[in-house]
Design a protein around this ligand. Structure first.
Ligand SMILES: Nc1ncnc2c1ncn2[C@@H]1O[C@H](COP(=O)(O)OP(=O)(O)OP(=O)(O)O)[C@@H](O)[C@H]1O
Length: 233
């Protein structure tokens, strides 16, 4: 569904992604782990078109998307749940959702307010609250719900567990699994190893802009030296 091949991305003269290659099959969840500064967010931004790669190929549903403008990539069905949530603080929950609503590219299953509120009942209760009146967990739910309202086929999630309490992180994990069941393919960037291992089909570890380890959640959990070396666990 999504294939990166030898992707090189720079900030000015800083060479951040140094030949990144991996793929995310349809209806699977792949988790990208690594220490701060490994290049995980840059990988997500390269795919979404926010920081286009200078070299290499990014194919989404057989189509080259490297270098396309972010709104074009979004319209092809790539949804982004950004790091730090980025919800509109002075709009209500419902306004935040309505403003991003878009029909799915092929008229397939459509996310609308009803379906989103079914997945996140807490957001229905908070529908008329302002974005900045929500707890961190509710803001993260809203950020995911907003991405769903664009009716993506593919979801990029940048550190959804950041700053959240363990019980909320578990809830986020349940949501990711439900989205996969609903047919979405997902790339999730995480620092939280247990969340990543509970949702992902495959784990990739990045270091200095490259994939340095790949395997199943079970293999990662059994490999303490790798966890220690690359994740500081
Ligand atoms: N806008 C920018 N301009 C210049 N350098 C940047 C910029 N954004 C990130 N970097 C650098 O690129 C490298 C990779 O950053 P990136 O945010 O992709 O890492 P990360 O793995 O997502 O880490 P984190 O978990 O801290 O977000 C870091 O060395 C960072 O300092």
């Amino acid at each position: 569904m999504l294939e990166l091949e030898d992707v090189h991305t720079y900030y000015g003269t800083s060479h951040i992604l140094q030949g990144l290659s991996f793929s995310v099959p349809e209806r699977k969840c792949v988790a990208l782990l690594g220490r701060n500064g490994a290049g995980k967010t840059t990988a997500i931004h390269s795919i979404a078109g926010l920081t286009p790669p200078r070299r290499g190929s990014i194919r989404f549903m057989e189509r080259e998307i490297a270098g396309l403008r972010p709104h074009k990539i979004a319209r092809l069905g790539v949804g982004l749940v950004p790091q730090g949530r980025r919800i509109f603080p002075s709009l209500t929950v419902e306004e935040n959702l309505i403003i991003t609503n878009r029909q799915s590219p092929d008229g397939a299953e459509n996310w609308d307010l009803t379906k989103v509120y079914e997945l996140f009942p807490a957001l229905r209760e908070r529908a008329s609250n302002m974005g900045n009146e929500l707890s961190g967990g509710e803001q993260q739910m809203l950020a995911i719900a907003r991405a769903l309202m664009t009716n993506p086929r593919f979801l990029l999630m940048d550190e959804p567990s950041e700053g959240l309490a363990p019980v909320i992180i578990e809830r986020i994990g349940d949501v990711v699994l439900r989205l996969k069941e609903a047919g979405l393919s997902i790339l999730v960037v995480e620092q939280n190893v247990s969340l990543a291992c509970s949702v992902a089909d495959e784990i990739l570890i990045m270091n200095k802009g490259r994939i340095v380890w790949r395997g199943s959640p079970k293999e990662l959990l059994a490999d303490e030296p790798v966890q220690h070396k690359y994740l500081g666990v």
